[in-house]
Ligand binder design. Structure first.
Ligand SMILES: Cc1cc2nc3c(=O)[nH]c(=O)nc-3n(C[C@H](O)[C@H](O)[C@H](O)COP(=O)(O)OP(=O)(O)OC[C@H]3O[C@@H](n4cnc5c(N)ncnc54)[C@H](O)[C@@H]3O)c2cc1C
Length: 303
């Protein structure tokens, strides 16, 4: 028998931003809403996605910018950092954000609450929630599935035999799944070339981790406009850091030539080498042909 308090106007699977938006709206309408969550209240964005990634990406940018100043006259410096402290401040921010933006909204259980546990649909209006304390059945006039997404694990032989990471690696220490990366890796092999792979890869690379990206297709960001993949490949590849150095080898000359064609600023000590380059870029080694001149719009977008 289900007790009367186990009936709700809205039963939601998940407690991420989607679930909270729906529950809040239901509460505003005077309805009762309950969310089921088997990980951390607040879902992916707050706990292991947008918030922690953007926090550490910004820290990585500061480290990178210090070593690569954009203005002549500014001396590049190596900015020392403490990975453990960076992670600790990130965890603190997540905790504060979760408290203010999510948990503080749960002070009126008659209208909005979270039930911990793994939910499964039993019927059109019935959800069973399994937790360490046992099973609970909730009946909802309406049921909303807001379970978000989870990292997809490719079927790679041997992968299950090694302790691989997923995009959950930025989750905080209090995540019950213990997926947080505690130490900065010396090197990182990323399977996948989507935007999350790219932003996390660039972040780690800027902190000094040697990052290698493996994609199934021939480009990153398959499914997006090819110009975006082309531009980002150029920005993220080691060649783009060489562009800042002197053009001495054929490959470097080629990179410098491409840079000049695109209107990127080059260091004055390299200008002489760059201006000596033939306009047809014939010094470019095979497979490293000059990239065609971009439109004014593209150039602006690159700066
Ligand atoms: C590294 C990373 C960076 C990102 N950066 C950005 C960004 O900068 N900007 C942006 O807009 N988006 C970003 N995203 C995407 C963003 O996190 C998601 O779009 C957003 O979290 C989706 O919200 P949601 O509420 O639909 O699902 P989620 O936030 O995923 O919430 C779903 C919840 O349901 C729970 N759940 C699942 N199944 C069950 C079940 N059976 N029983 C109980 N609970 C269950 C899960 O534990 C989860 O907490 C990022 C994602 C990642 C991984």
């Amino acid at each position: 028998m289900t007790s009367p308090q186990e009936r709700y106007d809205l039963v939601i699977l998940g407690s991420g931003s989607t679930a909270f938006a729906a529950a809040l709206h239901a509460a505003e309408l005077g309805k009762s809403a309950v969310m089921a969550e088997f990980r951390t209240v607040g879902g992916t964005c707050a706990n292991r996605g947008c918030l922690p990634s953007k926090n550490l990406i910004e820290a990585a940018r500061l480290v990178y910018d210090a070593a690569h100043p954009r203005y002549p006259g500014l001396t590049p410096v190596h900015m020392p950092f403490n990975w453990a402290e960076l992670v600790a401040q990130k965890d603190e921010i997540i905790q504060e954000y979760r408290t203010h933006k999510y948990e503080s909204l749960l002070d009126d259980p008659d209208h909005m609450q979270v039930v911990p546990g793994q939910a499964r649909l039993v019927s059109d209006h019935e959800v069973e929630i399994q937790s360490a304390d046992g099973a609970r059945r909730l009946i909802g006039s309406q049921i909303l599935i807001a379970t978000g997404s989870a990292p997809s694990i490719p079927d790679v032989p041997g992968l299950s035999d090694v302790p691989y990471l997923t995009s959950d690696l930025l989750s905080s220490a209090d995540d019950p799944w213990g997926t947080e990366l505690r130490e900065q890796p010396r090197s990182l092999l990323i399977l996948g070339g989507g935007y999350i792979a790219l932003e996390l890869g660039q972040m780690f690379a800027r902190f000094g981790t040697q990052v290698t990206l493996i994609t199934r297709g021939s480009t990153i960001l398959s499914g997006y406009e090819p110009e975006i993949a082309e531009a980002l490949t150029e920005i993220l590849s080691p060649r783009s850091s060489r562009r800042k150095g002197c053009a001495s080898s054929p490959e470097r000359r080629c990179a410098a030539w491409n840079a000049r064609e695109r209107g990127w600023p080059s260091r004055s000590s390299c200008t002489a080498a760059s201006t000596r380059l033939p306009p047809n870029g014939s010094w470019c080694p095979p497979g490293d042909a000059p990239i065609p001149r971009r439109s004014a719009w593209s150039k602006r977008a690159w700066r």
